[in-house]
Design a protein around this ligand. Sequence first.
Ligand SMILES: *Cc1c(COP(=O)(O)O)cnc(C)c1O
Length: 499
Amino acid sequence: MKYVSTRARTEEAREYTSAEVIKRGLAPDGGLFVPTSIPQLTPERLDAIAEMSYPARAAAVLGLFLTDYTSGELLHAAEEAYGAERFETVLTAGTPAPVHTVGQTEVLELWHGPTSAFKDMALQIMPRLLSLALEKTGETRDALILVATSGDTGKAALAGYADVPRVKIQVFYPANGVSRIQKKQMATQTGENVNVTAIRGNFDDAQNGVKRIFSDPEVASALDGRGVFLSSANSINWGRLVPQIVYYVSAYCDLVRAGRVKRGEPIDVTVPTGNFGNIFACCLAKRMGLPIGRMLCASNQNNVLTDFINTGVYDRRRTFYQTVSPSMDILISSNLERLLWLVAGPERCRTYMEQLAKNGFYRVDEDVHAAIRQEFSAYFCDEALTRATVRKYYETYQYLCDTHTAVALSAAEQHRSKSEDDKNPMLVASTASPYKFSPAVLEALGEEAPTDGFEALRALQKRTGVPAPERLLALEHLDDRFTQVIPPDEMKASVLAFG
Ligand SMILES: *Cc1c(COP(=O)(O)O)cnc(C)c1O
């Protein structure tokens, strides 16, 4: 399997191996890596996968795309990434990503990992794939991952990269821009290869600082002299996308095995969407032949994707809202570029991206819009409806969901109430533990939320009786390992001292 950049001109597109793609993250021309063909899951292959454990399913699916990795390597990586010591449901439900039936809906819970959010599903295995990629590409240097975070991604990346051979990770976060729980999660991170530093400034200061370091030749050459190169853990990295295909395949197998879906019967899928990574993984699963009917893109008040799918115009020139589902507060959904490449072809995809950069918007051609509408529907959910949905699912079904999942559950309901013809079973991706967003969830249930995150967590547990994740509860009493706070202009020195 070979990969090309979404921005490459067809006639001169350089081809990359999967290990190169994982090592590089972003293509040299600024485009995203895409596979030149899509491997097929025949019904027989799907039957065979259904008999396997989650790590074996992961190795089977990953192996179709990452053809320069051996099946032994992939299985070993998946067994480490998705073991019981990392995902509590491996012991109770036999899988890191269980499907829970709630009313008429099948809810795919993707948040039973170390940081209680869905990014663990990819970030637990991606560092192992990177470590292997260094060997496969003959890279003699080690990788230093730099991350600027407003909270959740930083912790998920730290948890994934901790103690992975030949990789170090340094995370910067705004000292006053993350919640107390998020700060505690990062400050207590274990691992010999990790470093965490707070910045006196906001998230943009941290992000701009990281960007400057990435493009600073002095940093590159100093690190190079020590046998180190800089790399990133962005959600546009193919190594994060391909593990996300696995849980859609796995969920389908589990639904068939449980008798809730007939073999070969299509299901619809709703995904709470920000950067379009998770839903694009679902789209790839569909194109591989997994029986998926319609994909529903669920957005919060930042509904740029809803408008795009409904009108064919992507327009980021709009108000940015801070919502109770902050991981979806995004106006530029980077992974959408991959869908455009698939649907519109390389030339038109490149034109749209140029128009977005230059004008802040683009309109796709009629046939592209029609093709997208053929597969995708889009709905959004404002703040009041998000809260009402959390409350409704708790009161009606005793199912406690987080705010991001509520956006998706609402989208699925909006779709159901609208369409007459589509009657496929509905799978909804649930992306965070309700305890990851305790204050917002408490408020949705009509309670006043304590300002302290740990108090809110205990209050939510007391109010609902739903057990909070042990790891979050235990955090409060752990000692901080990382306490340094620096001004943004010292970030470079900090990287040079650590790398
Ligand atoms: C990152 C995230 C999302 C959005 O996923 P994308 O792949 O960026 O579309 C949704 N919910 C939660 C809780 C997240 O952390």
